[in-house]
Structure formats: C-alpha cells, structure tokens
Write a protein that binds this ligand. Structure first.
Ligand code: IPM
Ligand code: MG
Length: 358
C-alpha cells in the first residue's frame, strides 16, 4: 500500500535537516509518496500566512507529516496569528494531534555532552507524554480586557484560561499508561494540584484510569518538584505524563539533560495514529544554510513516523540502528563534537546514515 507523507521543512535549518531525513526514507524501498509544502515563515513569505490552506490540505490528506522547524526573529513583530509558531499550533489543533511523545535518551557515546555528571545521566531513557491540544494553550476566553471593578479597576489586563475536559485527560492518560506498560511500567503524572483546580481534576482522572492498568505503577508529582527531580535524579523517571504547558517546559529541560537536543525526535499523534514528526529542537536561524546542523533528530523522527503512523517498526529499527552505527564510527556534527571524534557536515551525516543502512 502506498503512503503519502507531507514534508514541511519550514524555516531556518528546517530545509537542510528534512532533506537528509527524506533521503533516508527514500532509501528504504518502501512505497512512499513524499510531497513538500511551505510552512511557517517560509509560507508567510509566499502565501501571507504561516499555515496556508494548501499546506493544511496536504497535511490532512497524508498518513504522516515530516516537519522541520519554524520561526525566525524577523517575524517577532508580526501579529500573533501570522507568526510562524501558529503553523505548528494550527496543525496540532486541526489534525487533533493530542498526544505528544518526547523521548529523552542519552546515547552512551555522547555521555560527555551533558552538563550533568555522567553517573547522573548515563543510560538515561525517559519518555515525556505531553497533552498537546488543550490546557491554557488553547483555552478560551483569552485576550486583553479593561477591568470594570476590583483593585485594578480601569486598568487593562491580559488573561488566558486553563481548562481540561474529562475526555481530554482520559485519552492522554491511556496513551501514557500504554506507553509505560511497554517500558518499565512506571508512570509519573505531573501537575500543580496543590494550587490549581484543573490539576486536581487531572489527578483524579489519572487515578481513575490507573485502575485499568494494574501492572503500571502511577505516582504524582507537583511540577515545581518535577523540574527539580529531573536534574537531581532523572533516571528515577520512566514515563512522565503532563499537560500542555508543563509538558512544554519539562520536555525542554529533559532534552537538555542529554546535552544533545540535536539528537531528539518527537511524535504528535491523533486518535487514528496520523502523526506529525519533528525534531525537538528549533529552527536555529543563526546556523541556517551552513550545512552544519545535526540532522539526526529529524532522521530519528522519520523512524518514529515509520513506527507509529506506518506500522513499519522493522524499518524504524533499521534507521535507529544506522544512527547508532554512525555514532559508534565517531561521526559528529558540530553540536555534539568532542576531541577524538570526526566532525562532519549535515549532508555528510546524511551520507553516513545512508551507508550504515546498507
Ligand atoms: C514546542 C514549542 C511550541 C510549543 C511553540 C513553537 C509554539 O515550544 O513544540 O515545544 O510551545 O508547543
Ligand atoms: Mg517548547
């Protein structure tokens, strides 16, 4: 069966990194149709919108989306709805991509890349399951209003709304419990239930769903403590499940524990396993076009794409093993380079992965 894959390179280093992932996907001998479209600032330049209807339509009609990165400082002054970030938020919402899987894995060959002591991080392998289409990110009402009474009467006030519907919490809970069941069977739900009603509700639902997964051990942690424990003893975690805002923050922290955000893929899935796959890092406009960015996070995102949306886990394994092999060969892009290894460019890293696939 032929699968259509939308390739949305976006801005900054997005083009050069997705190019390498596309080469890898095309080398597997699968029946794939890869179709490219602009997104983010690149789409704004052409169509006047970061997520034009033609790009959204391509995404909707594809089995999966390979996404590069969006954003550039030069768009910071645009109205919010025209900024590149709206493309990714719009795709998440339009396609219902509620389940964001962000693994943080420290490759043994890269143990020195972390700013933490090797004994704290070596062998780290945690998975953050972040709810992606609810919470304060999308809650209504939001905006700026003028207060009509109270201590700040007459002043303008900025406001957003945090809320979670029961079904939104239940479905992400199931994704997280199922992921934990396939790993070390420990799930930590992160919230702020000591302060927020939304969080207490989230916690109650997690406890309820846990009854369906007697093999998985559920624990709870306040988000401030979780931020601390992640740097104190990160290996104590297996799977973390949390809401959109806390997950945004904690997943950046977890990625940095490995010292090599250029290595980390992510998947955003909807109820029918249609997914958007992107590196955990951003568009890095400062190094765009220099052929020095690390394409491995995007190549590993392509592996996740094969595993989750195309049910091709053998091919996904092949890619992941090829990446292991190039690391063992000592090949490093600038972000993970250390003395005694071989510095390579973006495209040379792509070449090496292609060779290792054979
Ligand atoms: C992420 C990013 C996005 C988010 C931005 C670009 C809107 O930080 O994917 O984590 O906040 O979700
Ligand atoms: Mg983020």
């Amino acid at each position: 069966m032929s699968h259509k894959i939308a390739v949305l390179p976006g801005d900054g280093i997005g083009h050069e990194i997705t190019e390498q992932a596309v080469r890898v996907l095309s080398a597997l001998g699968l029946d794939l149709t890869l179709e490219q479209a602009p997104v983010g600032g690149a789409a704004y330049e052409i169509h006047g919108h970061p997520l034009p209807p033609s790009t959204l339509e391509l995404a909707r009609s594809s089995s999966a989306i390979l996404f590069g990165a969006v954003g550039d400082w030069k768009y910071d002054t645009l109205a919010r709805e025209l900024r590149p970030e709206q493309a990714i938020l719009g795709l998440r919402k339009a396609l219902g991509l509620f389940a964001n899987l962000r693994p943080a894995i420290l490759y043994p060959q890269l143990a020195n890349a972390s700013s933490l002591k090797p004994e704290i991080v070596s062998g780290l392998n945690i998975l953050i399951v972040r709810e992606l289409t609810g919470d304060i990110y999308f809650g209504q009402p939001r905006g700026v209003r003028t207060l009509e009474d109270g201590p700040f009467k007459g002043e303008r006030q900025g406001y957003d709304t945090m809320h979670y519907a029961e079904s939104e919490v239940r479905r992400i809970a199931h994704v997280a419990f199922q992921a934990a069941a396939k790993r070390n069977k420990r799930l930590c739900s992160v919230d702020k239930a000591n302060v927020l009603e939304t969080s207490q509700f989230w916690r109650d639902i997690m406890i309820d769903v846990a009854r369906e997964y007697p093999d998985v051990e559920l624990s709870h942690m306040y988000v401030d403590n979780a931020a601390m424990q992640l740097v104190r003893e990160p290996k104590a975690f297996d799977v973390i499940v949390t809401g959109n805002l806390f997950g945004d923050i904690l997943s950046d922290e977890a990625a940095m524990l490995t010292g090599s955000i250029g290595m980390l893929p992510s998947a955003s899935l909807n109820a029918s396993n249609q997914g958007l796959y992107e590196p955990s890092h951003g568009s890095a406009p400062d190094i765009a076009g220099k052929n020095i960015a690390n394409p491995l996070a995007t190549i590993l995102s392509a592996a996740m794409l094969l595993r989750y949306s195309l049910n091709e886990s053998t091919q996904a394994d092949r890619i992941e093993q090829a990446v292991q092999r190039v690391l063992e060969q000592g090949l490093r892009t600038a972000d993970i380079y250390e003395e005694g290894t071989t510095r390579v460019t973006t495209s040379q890293m792509g070449d090496a992965v292609l060779n290792a696939l054979k």
